[in-house]
Design a protein around this ligand. Sequence first.
Ligand SMILES: Nc1ncnc2c1ncn2[C@@H]1O[C@H](COP(=O)(O)OP(=O)(O)O)[C@@H](O)[C@H]1O
Ligand SMILES: [Mg+2]
Length: 234
Amino acid sequence: MLTITNLSAGYGKAVVINQLNLEVKEGEMMSIIGPNGAGKTTLLRCINGLVPANSGDITFEGKSIKKLPTHKIARLGITHCPEGRRPFPEMSVYENLKMGGLQLNNDQFNERLEYVYSLFPILKERKSQYAGTMSGGQQQMVAIGRALMTSPKLLILDEPSIGLAPIVVDEIFEQIKIIKESGVTILLVEQNVDVALKVTDKIAVMDNGQISFIGNPAELVKDASLREIYLGIG
Ligand SMILES: Nc1ncnc2c1ncn2[C@@H]1O[C@H](COP(=O)(O)OP(=O)(O)O)[C@@H](O)[C@H]1O
Ligand SMILES: [Mg+2]
């Protein structure tokens, strides 16, 4: 579904993505882990057209999206939920979700809204509350809910667990699992390796702008050095 070939990109003269290759298959959940500064967020920004590619290609459903502007990439069904994404604080939960579904007609909007409310019932209970007054976990649910309003084919999540208490992280990942099981292809970047391993189909390790390992969770756990680095068990 998404194929990245020999991709290089960066900021000015700094090369951040270096001849990177990665494939995400339809219906699959791919998680990228790796140290801070490895280029994970930059890679996601490249896919979304926010950072230009210097060389290589990115194709989605067989067509190159490398030169497309962000709004056209979104229209193809790729929705990005960026790192540290917070909802609009002075809008209600409902208004935030409405922002995600602006292009939908009434019936489509109501159907998506019910879907998001079914995933995150707390958002229905709190639909009139200002998003800025909610807990960090609930705000992350609003952000994911808003991304889902567009019915993405590919949902890209950059560190949804950041800054959240473990119990809240578990709750959000239970919903991510349900989203995945509903057929949405997911590309996740996550520092919380334990929790990503529980739901993901594939895991990729990114180091210095390249993918240094790719496999399923069992294969990562089998690798003694990766196990020690990413799971802290020798
Ligand atoms: N807007 C920017 N301008 C210049 N350099 C940046 C910018 N964003 C990130 N970088 C640099 O790119 C490298 C990769 O960053 P990033 O993609 O955020 O990594 P990760 O998400 O894996 O932590 C880092 O060295 C970072 O300092
Ligand atoms: Mg990052």
